[in-house]
Design a protein around this ligand. Structure first.
Ligand SMILES: Nc1ncnc2c1ncn2[C@@H]1O[C@H](COP(=O)(O)OP(=O)(O)OP(=O)(O)O)[C@@H](O)[C@H]1O
Length: 260
């Protein structure tokens, strides 16, 4: 029997997904296998439309695959009904969506408080933790602003604060630096990566979809997608960026040396 600590953070087996019907059908994922251990920051890279968002949405339990299995810290989304799945997703996963998904009538702090309130955290404590997290992403002065009063980059940071505040086991970020300048992007990625460190409740991990090669050096591992499938190993230009920015550590798990 598996010890809880030996359980992978993410296990994806044979996942396939298509959208649409007939001649308009698009095959977004075509048999994806992926195992991620706790404690890792994994970056998912690849050209636009190759299936990255679809894969992380399925891993997060937001979207159902047509075929295959997904487990996150031992939870198999397929085996849960809709209510149980929503509840479990709230406990396990913090998600930063590409379009931020902030509630427009709530302030920055109120948006960030939501995952805590869902977990029945006392309102005053939730407010304090939301303010602290907004401070960490550089928005300590804007806690009472509505999303419409914030720039795109600020809204993105609110979304990141909301994903991190309840210390979920799995943090999934879809293009978290897309609206940020280089310096803020680095700062925010540092914060996101801290979410891969284990805490008193056990291991955690981080999955980041990105086109931004300036942040590849934060990855413990890089997975490259093409046409709905993961490549056996990232291509040289991807590894070059990872190595350039983090020369002292062998960032990718699979190098030619290891394969030899
Ligand atoms: N809801 C949907 N309805 C129809 N087609 C979709 C839907 N979602 C994704 N697709 C299609 O599935 C394929 C994979 O899309 P996906 O968004 O996963 O790619 P991606 O790699 O994340 O792209 P990007 O980097 O541009 O976000 C694309 O051809 C896309 O047009």
């Amino acid at each position: 029997m598996n010890e809880p600590s030996s359980q992978p953070a993410i296990r994806v087996e044979g996942v396939a997904k298509h959208f649409g019907h007939g001649r308009a059908a698009v095959r977004a994922l075509n048999g994806v296998d992926l195992t991620v251990e706790g404690g890792q920051v994994v970056m998912l890279v690849g050209p636009s439309g190759c299936g990255k968002t679809t894969l992380v949405s399925i891993i997060s339990g937001v979207l159902n695959p047509d075929a295959g299995q997904v487990e996150v810290f031992g939870t198999n989304w397929n085996k849960l009904g809709e209510d149980a799945r929503t509840r479990r997703r709230g406990e396990l996963v913090g998600f930063v969506f590409q379009d931020f998904n902030l509630l427009p009538t709530l302030t920055a702090a109120e948006n960030v408080m939501l995952p805590l309130l869902i977990r029945n955290t006392d309102r005053r404590e939730a407010r304090q933790r939301a303010n602290d997290m907004l401070d960490k992403v550089g928005l300590g002065e804007r806690v009472d602003a509505l999303p419409a009063e914030l720039s795109g980059g600020m809204q993105q940071r609110v979304a990141i604060a909301r994903a991190l505040v309840a210390r979920p086991r799995l943090v999934v970020c879809d293009e978290p630096t897309a609206s940020l300048d280089a310096k803020t992007g680095q700062r925010v990625l540092e914060l996101i990566c801290q979410a891969s460190q284990p805490d008193e409740l056990g291991p955690r991990c981080v999955l980041v979809v990105t086109h931004d090669n300036r942040v590849f050096h934060f990855a413990d591992r890089i997975e490259q997608m093409e046409d709905g499938q993961l490549l056996d190993a990232p291509e040289a230009d991807v590894l070059e960026h990872a190595r350039y920015y983090k020369p002292h550590e062998p960032t990718p798990k699979r190098t030619e040396d290891e394969d030899a």
